[in-house]
Design a protein around this ligand. Sequence first.
Ligand code: ASP
Length: 426
Amino acid sequence: MSNNNTEKKKLNLTTIILVALLLGAVAGVIVHYAVPESSFRDDVLINGIFYVIGNGFIRLMQMLVVPLVFCSLVCGSMAIGDTKRLGKVGVKTIGFYLVTTALAIALALTIGTLFKPGVGLDMSKVQVADVTTQEATSLADTLLNIIPKNPIGALANGDMLPIILFALFVGILLAGRGEKAETVANFFSQFNDLMMDMTMAVMKVAPIGVFCLIAKTFATLGFDAFVPMLKYMGCVLLALAIHGFGVYQILLKLLTGLNPFKFIKKFLPVMAFAFSTATSNATIPLSIETLSKKMGVSKKISSFTIPLGATINMDGTAIMQGVAVCFAAQAFGIQLSAGDYATVIATATLASIGTAGVPGVGLVTLSMVFASVGLPVEAIGIIMGIDRILDMTRTAVNITGDAVCTTIVACQDKLIDKDVFNNDAA
Ligand code: ASP
C-alpha cells in the first residue's frame, strides 16, 4: 500500500515536472514575443522572478554536492573494502563496472561531438553570472592536486578529485576495521540517508525551479532554444539505446555465449520498474529475484554485485553527463581539448561511483564534471527541465549494466543454471 503510494507520488512528481516544463516554455515564449520590451519584462520578470527562483533551485542542488558525494563514496568504498573477501569476483566486477562506464562516456562524447546538440544555442545571451574560467595547470600539478594537503580544505572548496580520494581512503579503511569502527561507519551511512532525504526534499520544489529556469531561457531566446534542447534529448536517448541494447548485449554474447534477446525479454520488467521509479536502489530486490528465478543466476553472486552496481555503476548517468558536457561546451562556445575529454572520462567515471541510485542525483554530480573542465554550471539549468524523462531512461540502463555484469561474472564462475536461462517458461 505504502509502496503504491510512493510510486504514485513519484509518477505525479514526474508529470508535474513535465507540465512545469511545458508551461515554462509557453510562458517564456509569451514573454519573449508578446510582452513589449520594458523594465517590467527584463528586470522584474526575466532577471528578477525567473532568475532568482530558478537559480535558487540550482543552488539548492549545488548545496548537496559535497556532502552527498563524500558520504555516498565513503559508503560505496566500504562495500569495495568488503570485496577483499570476495577476491576475484570483486576485482572482476569492479573492473567491468569501470571499463563499461568509461566506454559509455566515450560513446556519449562521440555522439555529442557528431550531432552537436548545443550549437545554435547562444548561451552568452542567457548567462549573466560569472563564467568559470580554468587556470592552466601542468599535468604533474593536476595529478598532485588529487592528493589533498588538507581534506577539510578540499571539502570547503568543493575540490572534487581530492574529496573523492580522501573518501575512498576513509571507506576502504573503515571496511577493514569492521566492528571496531561501527559507530563511524553508521554515522556515514546514516548521514548518507539524510542527504538522500534532502535530495528528495529539494526535488519537491523542482517543478517551480524548472518552470522558472525554462521560462527564463525561452523568454530570453524565444524559439531558438527548442531545437538544441530536443537535439540534446535525442543524443542522450540514442547513446543510451546503443549502450543498453548494443554494447551490453555484445559483451554478454562474447563473454558468455548466452542469447542477448532472451536476456532482454526476461529483464524487461525490471527495466520498466527502474524507468517508472528512476531509482536504481529500489530496483535491487526485483533485479536479484529476476536474475535468480528467470535466468538461473546464483544469489551468491547477485546479492553482492547488484547492490554494489546500484551504488557505483551508473553508465546511463555517465552517458547523460558526457552528452551534457558537449552540449554546454557548444552552447558556450568553449573549445574542449583532447586532455579535457580525457578529464571528462575520468571525472564522469568517478562521478558515476559517487552518484547515489536515487532520482536526480546524476544532475547533482554533473556540476562536478563541468567544474573539472571549467564549464559554467548555468548550462545545467537548461538541461534540468527535461532531465526527469532522461533520468528514468538512464536508470533503466544503469541497472541493466549491473545485471549484465552479474550474469557474466556468474557464468565465468559457473554459478548460473543455463537451463533456467534458456527456458522461456521460467
Ligand atoms: N536516478 C539514477 C539512478 O537511480 C541516478 C541519476 O542518474 O540521477 O540510477
